[in-house]
Design a protein. Sequence first.
Length: 302
Amino acid sequence: MMEDLKINHLRELESESIYVIREVAAQFERPTLLFSGGKDSIVMFHLARKAFWPAKVPFPLLHIDTGHNFQETLDFRDNLMKKTGATCIARLVQDSIDRGRVVDEKGVNASRNVLQTVTLLDAIGELKFDCAMGGGRRDEEKSRAKERFFSHRDEFGQWDPKNQRPELWNLFNGRKLMGEHFRVFPISNWTELDVWQYIFMENIEIPSLYFTHQRKVFQRDGVWLAWAPFMQLKEGEKVEVRDVRCRTIGDITCTGVTLSTADNLEDIVSEIAATRITERGGRYDDKRSDAAMEDRKKEGYF
């Protein structure tokens, strides 16, 4: 009985998300799906393929590459595009740095995660996207809990959490003025556990980073971070090899890893069900301030 209820719950979430994705295709002229190679964007792409099967997904994917991504993520992205015949457009933060649009951070806490905002907004303007779908979920972080499914952005790409449109009876208002666009979050009502249970139920392929593997890591302010040659260590920090896995994937400089022995989907589901640490509890960039995510979102971050 409990197993049936769980499956029914996941199918209801799936149906809701597919409905939202089809609404995007119906209401907008040039939508895109933001793809990072992380589990949420992979689930989003899986849902989009289901929404339009047997036709191909009728919009391109967009990846904002910081230049400090895990190589496993980039390889997974490229292989997935080859398998499915989908189109993924990549835009590089390094290009924004080279053009003087942003300045690369320096020092031990340097990260390109914040710099993605300018690259993303430039890409939306260049490619004339009027809607960008992403895998943001309301359970992730307090500012994301304020989001609607259809999140309006002004002509500067900025988000005003106090000026959002009502969404009653699954009616979504995609009307916009010239230069404005929308961010849409089809899996808003999913939890991290829902995502993992759905991946397990659908047997969705995911990057090896999510499974326990040995990696060079170091600890900073209570967070285990993957080490890369371009990262500077603080005094007293040391690199060691541990058994870890990722719960969320992004820029290496701020993606925390989890000490774990979960090397298969069933063990991951059990681990997530038992944990009391939030998914973004291991994101080092969220520790810059109490309102770090909301500040970035107001400026145009996803």
